[in-house]
Design a protein around this ligand. Sequence first.
Ligand SMILES: Cc1cc2nc3c(=O)[nH]c(=O)nc-3n(C[C@H](O)[C@H](O)[C@H](O)COP(=O)(O)O)c2cc1C
Length: 198
Amino acid sequence: MKCETYERGEIGMSEKRNIAVIVGSLRKESFCRKSALALAELAPSNLSLSIAEIGQLSMYNQDLDDAPPAEWLAFRDTIRAADGVLFITPEYNRSVPACLKNAVDIGSRPYGKSAWDGKPGAVMSLTPGSQGAFGANHHLRQSLVCLNVLTMQHPEAYFSNASTYFGADGKLVNEETKKYFTRFIESYGKWVERLAQK
Ligand SMILES: Cc1cc2nc3c(=O)[nH]c(=O)nc-3n(C[C@H](O)[C@H](O)[C@H](O)COP(=O)(O)O)c2cc1C
């Protein structure tokens, strides 16, 4: 299949890439979850984004590797079936929340059969604070290198002051933020296509 251009609305291809979105917060009013939903709306026509839930995953325990809980198996299947993985994470104590690291670890096993291997990935980090959750973003990237997730480098996506982004309806209120989210997800659309062509 040939894809001439990856610009929004101009993609000359019929195939949709299914992207598993992993949201690193379990909070109902999570800014990361709202961002995931906003990105799904702004996504270019070659991407279809769905959240791969992680809140139901019990804590990884290597003793269970021979008889893994059903929810681990289902999560691994979801990631294996995806054409790409998009992480949207808050920062907890300059790293990622435990629920997200747990999901990364569960997807990485059994040894040699990681569900993450070779997936085109991207990372967005957010905080209501002022430092863009840079620490979380790069801690996560360290694991993604180990797991051979082919993570997009640019545009970098560290978002500060996230509590000001959303209206009461959970939608983005700020044009500048919408523009940057759009640029990010369009770049990711191109990244996924580029790797899919190989
Ligand atoms: C345990 C904990 C640790 C946190 N550590 C940081 C931190 O290191 N840096 C930061 O910018 N915000 C930190 N925060 C604030 C989170 O960024 C904030 O709660 C954010 O809204 C969480 O993302 P969410 O809205 O998607 O749930 C921390 C919050 C909690 C609960």
